[in-house]
Design a protein around this ligand. Structure first.
Ligand code: PLP
Length: 388
C-alpha cells in the first residue's frame, strides 16, 4: 500500500504518471548511510532523475556514471559532486569529457588495456581503478557480470606494464562489480573473495599510489516478490567493517536497492475483459513505461485504488498495457479483491531501472508525467513535468 501522501497524489494526477516519494527516499538513504561504514556512491543508471539525484546527494559520497551522457547529466544537476566514471566501451570523446569543467572526475574505472592506452594518450592526470573480472562464486545472483566486463589477471598485468610508463595516470586500486541481486550474506562472501584476491594481487605492486582502494560495486538484492523484505544494510555494513583492513579505502556503489522503493507508476484501468476464461485489465500505459517486470521476470507489486465505477471483477486478473505484444504484461493472474474500469492502479517498486530502461516510443503512446511528493518542499507541483 502506498504511503498516504503518495496515495493522495496518485488519485489527483492524470494517469499515466510516475510519483516519487522523496521523504521516503531521504529516510531510506539516511538508514543506508548510517549502516554502511565505507564510502557510498549511488549508481546513477538505476534512476538518474534530477530530483532523485539531488535528494540523495547529502547521503552519498558521490555518484557512479557509466556513459558520457550520465556524466554530463550528473555534472549538470550536481556540479560539485564526486564522480566515478565506469562502463564498457568508453569513446575517446567520453574519456576526454572526464576532464571537462567544473572538475575532472574523481575516479575512472578502466575496463581494458586498450581503454587505458587511449586514456593515457590524452596526456591528462587521472586517478584510475582497474576493473577486475573474477570467477567468484555468487550463488543466488540474478545477474553475473562476467564476459566482457573488466579484466582478468593477464589483462591487468598489461595495464600495470603500461602504467609504469605513464606516470600521469595514478593507479588508486581496483573496481569490482561482479553480480546483482544478492542478499547481504552472499554479497559479503563475494566481497571477501574480491578483497582476498585484490589484496594478494596489489600486495607489493609497484605503482600503486597510496593504500589500495577497492570499489566493491553494487548488486544489493531487491525482492519484487516480497516488497516488505529489504536488503539487510545493517548486516552488510557490519560485515564490511569486519572485512576492512586498516588503511584500506573501501567503496560501494549500489543503485537498485537505493531507489527502487521510492517510485510508483500510477495508471488506470481502461478495459476489463474475460478471454478464454482469464480476466485481463487493460491499463493506460504498459511496459513501455515500466519495463522492470518483463526485464526481471516478476509480477510488479501493485495496489488497486478503487475509484472506478465501470465493470468489475474479484477474480485473479492479468494486468496488461496498450502495446500490441503479448509481452506487455505488468502482473500475471494476480488475486484481487476487486478491480474495475476506472480504478487507479499504483505499481510499487518503480523507482529503479523502471522508466529509464523502458522503450518509451514504441507505439507512440503519451508519456507519463512525473510528480514528486516532498513535504519539505511543497508545493511540488511547481516542478512536476512530463517525461521527455
Ligand atoms: C559497474 C556497476 N556498478 C554498480 C551497479 C549498480 O548495481 P545495482 O543497481 O544492482 O546495485 C551496476 C549495475 O549494473 C554496475 O554495472
Amino acid at each position: 500500500m502506498p504511503p498516504a501522501a503518495v496515495r493522495a497524489r496518485a488519485l489527483s494526477v492524470a494517469p499515466p504518471a510516475y510519483v516519487y516519494d522523496l521523504p521516503g527516499l531521504r529516510a531510506h538513504a539516511a538508514s543506508i548511510r548510517a549502516a554502511v561504514p565505507t564510502e557510498l556512491f549511488y549508481a546513477a543508471k538505476a534512476n538518474p532523475d534530477a530530483r532523485i539525484l539531488a535528494t540523495l546527494a547529502p547521503y552519498v559520497d558521490g555518484f557512479e556514471v557509466s556513459s558520457g551522457g550520465e556524466l554530463a547529466h550528473v555534472r549538470e544537476v550536481l556540479p560539485e559532486s564526486r564522480l566515478a566514471f565506469g562502463g564498457p566501451g568508453k569513446t575517446d570523446a567520453e574519456l576526454a569529457a572526464a576532464f571537462a569543467d567544473p572538475a575532472p572526475v574523481h575516479r575512472i574505472h578502466v575496463e581494458s588495456p586498450l581503454e587505458l592506452r587511449r586514456l593515457a594518450a590524452l596526456g591528462r592526470a587521472a586517478d584510475v581503478l582497474l576493473r577486475v573480472n573474477l570467477p567468484v562464486a555468487a550463488a543466488g545472483a540474478s545477474l553475473r557480470m562476467s564476459g566482457p566486463f573488466g579484466m582478468d589477471a593477464e589483462a591487468l598485468g598489461a595495464c600495470v606494464d603500461l602504467l609504469a610508463r605513464t606516470p600521469w595516470l595514478r593507479l588508486r586500486g581496483m573496481h569490482a562489480h561482479l553480480a546483482s541481486g544478492l542478499e547481504a550474506g552472499p554479497l559479503l562472501e563475494v566481497a571477501a573473495q574480491v578483497l582476498g584476491w585484490t589484496r594478494s594481487w596489489t600486495d607489493g605492486l609497484d605503482g600503486l599510489d597510496g593504500p589500495a582502494e577497492i570499489n566493491l560495486g553494487g548488486g544489493m538484492a531487491v525482492d519484487y516478490r516480497h516488497p516488505e523484505r529489504r536488503f539487510d544494510w545493517a548486516a552488510y555494513g557490519a560485515g564490511l567493517a569486519a572485512l576492512r583492513r586498516p588503511g584500506e579505502r573501501l567503496r560501494v556503489e549500489p543503485g537498485r536497492a537505493v531507489t527502487a522503493y521510492c517510485g510508483w507508476y500510477v495508471t488506470d484501468v481502461l478495459d476489463l475483459k474475460r478471454t478464454h476464461g482469464a480476466w485481463y485489465a487493460v491499463l493506460r500505459g504498459g511496459t513501455h513505461h515500466l519495463r522492470t517486470p518483463v526485464a526481471k521476470g516478476h509480477d510488479q507489486p501493485f495496489t488497486v485504488l478503487p475509484v472506478g465505477d465501470g465493470p468489475a471483477t474479484g477474480e485473479p486478473v492479468t494486468l496488461v498495457g496498450q502495446l500490441c505484444t503479448p509481452k506487455d504484461v505488468l502482473a500475471r493472474n494476480v488475486p484481487v479483491e476487486r478491480i474495475a474500469v476506472g480504478d487507479v492502479v499504483a505499481f510499487a517498486m518503480a523507482g529503479a531501472y523502471a522508466w529509464n530502461i523502458s522503450h518509451h516510443d514504441f507505439l507512440m503512446h503519451p508519456k507519463p508525467s512525473v510528480h514528486y511528493v516532498d513535504e519539505c518542499r511543497e508545493p511540488a507541483k511547481m516542478s512536476d513535468h512530463p517525461h521527455s
